[in-house]
Design a protein around this ligand. Structure first.
Ligand code: GLU
Length: 379
């Protein structure tokens, strides 16, 4: 596989473009000039290169804050949710009007993490987006901020864009922010900070560089952008973090100009369904295993049987995702369980042949089948 920037960009057809609040808003509210310029550029690229574009757009809360004349983000959840509802309509109107000028239509897609955790709703979302793309309509995706509470949030739109990239099978993610890419320090504070043009692998050093660069308006900052880039690289998708305030930034990227930071995809990508298990579903509990089971899972690619389980933490149901930990509480894997937590407590340490006698039923020999298990690799 050719991993040069040129080769990567040549093969791109479907691209997720995430635009942050720092790009989309100014002190006065939505930055209509930027939206207009990006819209024009994207329409040209769709025409010229036959790209399919999926936008993940922040800016609802930032725009709502300005629209209501507030000086900062409100504290209470209900006020933040109301502000998001107020801002979201302005955001969509801006996209609608911009793309209309070039004969294009947009569609609002609001999702929650809960939606994508449910496999049926995940597939429904995917079908809807594919239908929109078939019709050459541009999906504009945001988190449905008005209905979610912290526990079920994506957290930030960087994470949402990573999940969307996996969901639509994108060839590239472009994450537009208000600085030129990932630096080795915060370029707004340190004039000597250097742009890192290429990241082959997200190491702990790269993560540390990212932590030094917080984000003012949105929730992400560079840390969540790098985490998102790492998540999509696992599925074999590259990311470019670049400055969305720079004129013609996307064309410059596709023309091969030195822009932003390119994160290379992993050489052996994780399949979409495994990625969904590992990153989209949030674990509802933990299962502790002994050394023998650890070895079977990590080194031999086996399923998790009841005999290797030593403890169960949390309450969960069949099909929920759980984290598997060893006795030192190190996370080994994430997987979907075939039995609820209260039944696993009864069969832990037993042979699979004893499941039926103990529970009065047996769905499977395995508590977690290897096809529903994703190992956590150390960086
Ligand atoms: N969904 C939020 C909004 O539209 C943005 C979250 C983020 O920027 O990460 O305001």
């Amino acid at each position: 596989m050719n991993r040069s920037k040129k080769a990567i960009l040549q093969g791109v057809k479907r691209v997720v473009i995430k635009i942050g609040s720092g790009v989309l808003t100014t002190k006065e509210g939505l930055n209509l000039d930027v939206i207009q310029a990006l819209g024009e550029e994207l329409c040209l690229l769709m025409e010229k290169r036959g790209l399919e574009i999926i936008l993940v757009s922040s800016g609802a809360i930032a725009s709502g804050i300005k629209k209501m004349g507030l000086s900062h983000r409100p504290q209470s959840i209900s006020q933040q949710q109301a502000i998001a509802a107020i801002g979201q309509s302005s955001l969509m109107l801006a996209y609608e009007e911009t793309f209309k000028r070039y004969g294009r239509k947009v569609a609002q897609v609001l999702v929650t993490r809960d939606d994508l955790t449910n496999r049926t709703r995940y597939l429904n979302t995917r079908n809807t987006i594919f239908t929109l793309l078939n019709w050459k309509v541009i999906p504009v995706i945001n988190e449905n901020d008005t209905v979610v509470v912290d526990e079920i949030k994506f957290g930030d739109n960087d994470n949402l864009s990573a999940m969307m990239a996996n969901l639509v099978g994108a060839n590239l993610v472009i994450n537009l922010t208000n600085i030129d890419g990932l630096f080795d320090d915060d370029p707004r504070m340190n004039k000597d900070a250097h742009l890192i043009a290429l990241v082959e692998k997200v190491t702990s050093k790269i993560e540390k560089n990212a932590c030094a660069i917080p984000g003012p308006l949105g929730r992400g900052g560079m840390e969540s952008k790098v985490r998102a880039a790492k998540d999509v690289s696992i599925c074999g998708i590259p990311t470019i973090i670049a400055n969305g305030l720079k004129g013609n930034i996307i064309s410059r990227i596709f023309d091969g100009k030195e822009e932003g930071t390119l994160f290379l995809p992993q050489l052996t990508p994780m399949r979409s369904r495994k990625h969904w298990i590992a990153f989209t579903k949030s674990p509802k509990g933990r299962i502790m295993v002994d050394k023998g089971a650890e070895d079977a899972l990590v080194n031999k690619g086996k399923s998790l049987l009841p005999s290797g389980i030593v403890a169960v933490y949390g309450r969960f149901r069949i099909g929920n995702s759980v984290t598997i930990i060893n006795r030192e509480e190190r996370s080994l894997a994430v997987g979907l369980v075939n039995y609820p937590s209260n039944d696993i407590e009864k069969i832990l340490g037993l042979k699979s042949s004893e499941i039926e006698n103990t529970l009065g039923y047996k769905h499977y020999d395995e508590v977690i089948h290897k096809d529903n298990l994703v190992l956590m690799k150390n960086p």
